[in-house]
Design a protein around this ligand. Structure first.
Ligand code: ZN
Length: 501
């Protein structure tokens, strides 16, 4: 029997969750529907909502209910998990004074604008003063969040990947560098160049959308509880399990961009649709971490969507929807989906080189927070690391240090979650294969339901009941490690390029 303090805590929390959902609807609307002149009014509206949410989270009544309930619920129970997650969020908000939060929000708004202008003009100096201010404010925020015991950069990681620390990430990235760099080098030295023409041609956007929708529905995205809209950047907005919105964009000359973008966002969306409905509007009703979220999108995009067996099912579907690809064969197409080709832009990078892009950002962020690097030296440091890890340097800062939006909104600690997603999805896929048997045979027949059901059972339905680390260990029987992922990368390099590294 739940205590009255616990019941009250959940009642109050539901309002906090509702404000979060409202803000998400407004963001989705802003990206997909709103006329651009609506921007200033929308920014004010969002600020008001953020203020209300802050008030509710720091209200004495919520804090009191939490404290009383903590003394009453059994350790290890669902109730205890609710309070743990609730306290985590409340503590994060409590530790940052209102004035600092406000200053950060303003710095991010101006920073976003100057980042956009700097990128257009390919001139870091236009962004530098704002980035310096954002970095200083984030460092202050991180110091407050970390308290006396913790480490500032860990406190920022914690905002995206609860429980993850720099100390855990350093050896992971060292291993990835050590094992991925030789693969990239061996591929380059092999002289093998994959012919990517099978993915290219002229493909009308409407036809690409119909194709993407068909594939998304086939793998399990529920369009009766979701929708897809055009947007400048693909994203997924999970308002609640019954209302999940994904977005897409297309290149007319290459169908990979839209298709894999849609499979990626559908993967995020299926996670949101599979979150436990009985815990809606409660602390553990939402996704556990960005890394786990990213594992769900990448699993469908990369491990399913780029596999040969999937394309045995998908090729006729491609032919049906995109007449421009009617002559494409499996043998011609498959290598073009699994290239290892160093490039400058992270969001366009192939899965074979993607983690090296993340490694660059992780190293730079660590150096910044350790005081070994100042914001003004970022462009040179960026280029040096790209040269070292990918063998390339950008001729313009627009394709270098200014390419990503993240630092303009103060998103330090965000990038590593992309790579965590890769490691987690590979480990989940191996574990699912062990249970489901011949997964390739299922994919070949277009039977995706068993895989989705396994993910529902082992990942989605738990919400934030367990930490990400515990969730992975429970689902796969071992702690998170890079081995399954690296084995997959080595196997693909051998199959596509005939190289062993
Ligand atoms: Zn994603």
């Amino acid at each position: 029997m739940a205590s009255s303090a616990y019941v009250r805590f959940l009642e109050l929390w539901a309002e906090v969750a509702d404000l979060g959902q409202t803000s998400s609807i407004l963001s989705w609307d802003q990206e997909t529907q709103m006329p651009a002149p609506g921007n200033p009014a929308r920014a004010k509206l969002q600020a008001t909502l953020a203020g209300l949410r802050h008030e509710k989270l720091t209200a004495t009544e919520l804090g009191d209910a939490l404290e009383r309930a903590e003394g009453e619920v059994p350790p290890g129970s669902i109730e205890a998990a609710q309070l743990r997650e609730g306290r985590r969020e409340i503590e994060r908000v409590r530790r940052v004074p209102r004035a600092l939060a406000k200053e950060l929000a303003e710095a991010q708004t101006t920073g976003h604008e100057s980042w956009r202008r700097a990128r257009e003009a390919a001139d870091f100096a236009l962004f530098r003063p704002d980035l310096e201010r954002i970095f200083d404010l984030k460092r202050e925020e991180a110091r407050l969040l970390a308290g006396d015991q913790g480490r500032p950069y860990d406190a920022l990681l914690d905002g995206f990947e609860p429980g993850m620390t720099e100390a855990q990430l350093v050896p992971l990235f060292a291993t990835l560098r050590e094992r991925l760099s030789p693969i990239v080098r061996a591929v380059r030295e092999s002289g093998v160049v994959v012919d990517e023409s099978a993915a290219k041609g002229r493909f009308p956007r409407e036809a690409q959308l119909a194709f993407g929708r068909r594939v998304a529905a086939a793998i399990g995205f529920d369009f009766t509880a979701g929708r897809i809209d055009l947007a400048p950047h693909p994203f997924c907005s999970g308002l609640n399990p019954n209302d999940v919105r994904i977005t897409w964009r297309a290149l007319e000359h290459d169908f990979r961009s839209a298709l894999f973008g849609i499979m990626h966002e559908a993967g995020h969306g299926m996670y949101e649709q599979g979150l436990p409905r009985q815990w809606e509007r409660t602390p553990i009703g939402s996704a556990v971490s960005l890394g786990v979220h990213e594992s769900q999108s990448r699993l469908w995009e990369n491990l399913v969507g780029r596999s040969r067996s999937f394309w045995e099912w998908c090729l006729p579907v491609l032919h049906e929807h995109l007449p421009g690809a009617s002559g494409v064969t499996l043998d011609a197409l498959w290598p073009a989906l699994n290239t290892v080709k160093p490039s400058l832009i992270r969001v366009e990078a192939d899965p074979g080189t993607y983690d090296l892009h993340v490694a660059v950002r992780f190293e730079l962020e660590r150096a910044l927070f350790a005081g070994d690097l100042v914001v003004g030296d970022l462009p040179e440091a960026w280029d040096a690391r790209y040269e070292e890890l990918l063998g390339l340097s950008a001729s313009s800062v627009a394709d270098g240090v200014l390419q990503d939006i993240h630092w303009s909104f103060g998103g330090f600690g965000y990038f590593p979650t992309y790579t965590l997603g890769n490691l987690i999805d590979a480990q989940l896929f191996v574990a699912a294969t062990a249970v489901l048997g011949d997964l390739d045979a299922l994919l070949r027949r277009g039977e995706f339901a068993p895989l989705l059901a396994w993910l529902r059972e082992n990942v989605h339905r738990h919400g934030s009941r367990w930490s990400a680390g515990e969730l992975v260990e429970r689902a796969t029987g071992k702690p998170l490690a890079p081995d399954d992922y690296l084995a997959e990368r080595a196997r693909l390099a051998e199959e596509v390029y005939g190289v062993r590294a």
